[in-house]
Design a protein around this ligand. Sequence first.
Ligand code: GLP
Length: 289
Amino acid sequence: MRLVIRDDQHSAAFYTANYIKQRILEFAPTADRPFVLGLPTGSSPIQVYKHFVDFYKNGELSFENVVTFNMDEYVGLPRDHPESYHTFMFNHLFKHVNIKPENINMLDGNAEELDKECKRYEDEMVRVGGIELFLGGIGPDGHIAFNEPGSSMKSRTRVKTLAYETVLANARFFGGDVNKVPKLALTVGVETVTSAREVVIIITGAHKAIALNKCIEEGVNHMWTVSAIQLHPSAMIVCDEDATLELHVKTVRYFKSIEQVQEQLIGRDNIGLKGSISSLSKMNREYSS
Ligand code: GLP
């Protein structure tokens, strides 16, 4: 797992947006081979989406051959409700870029048969070849999507009852009134996220410091569902300094040193986007005789 630490949430968001832009460009998607991107909602990705919109407007990134799958949606909230995740995604991203409407996938929290809707969603992911990169955020209790503490690490898309802590955290979007927050959601499962070929999680703010500690310094634990990414071969967390407050100094220094070694020893041009070294001969080998 890679842990990228940036000074603040703004630079964490820029790093994340720029990384995903580079991944899409490198992938060179076409209509027959689109880039399939999993996306979250919440306040953490808002700045990432602003950068996506800027990249698109500057001609640096096209969404023409990008297919998206959102992580979750409230049950029973009208699609055009200001706090539905549909509204969120259109306002923050979709209506500002050239994504094709048929390439946008979102769960329908008003479907007559919710279980069928969840199955349809999973089937659709398989039909398009699986998710290339799943971007996620976490709740302060370490949940990913709406996989609340105690969710199965093998879970797939399904209906979930929200934990009280999540209802409280999300009340800020409903005028501070917990009674207005839906108590059920459709969500991709932990395994739906970890089945993606790459997972990138953005974690910022001191209120998420304990969750980051549980995620990377303790074992895989269904009470902190984001910890499942420890078992993923290609996972990266992008965080800010505030989110590292509960980590050991040793952990923070280690992950920071990786970036320094990459820059100084391996060389920026010699390193692939996901950390691979393209040529040993190009390395600045300190110990050659
Ligand atoms: C909700 C969403 C999650 C998101 C979390 C954190 O619970 N279902 O996908 O990661 O909020 O949101 P924020 O970034 O606002 O802290």
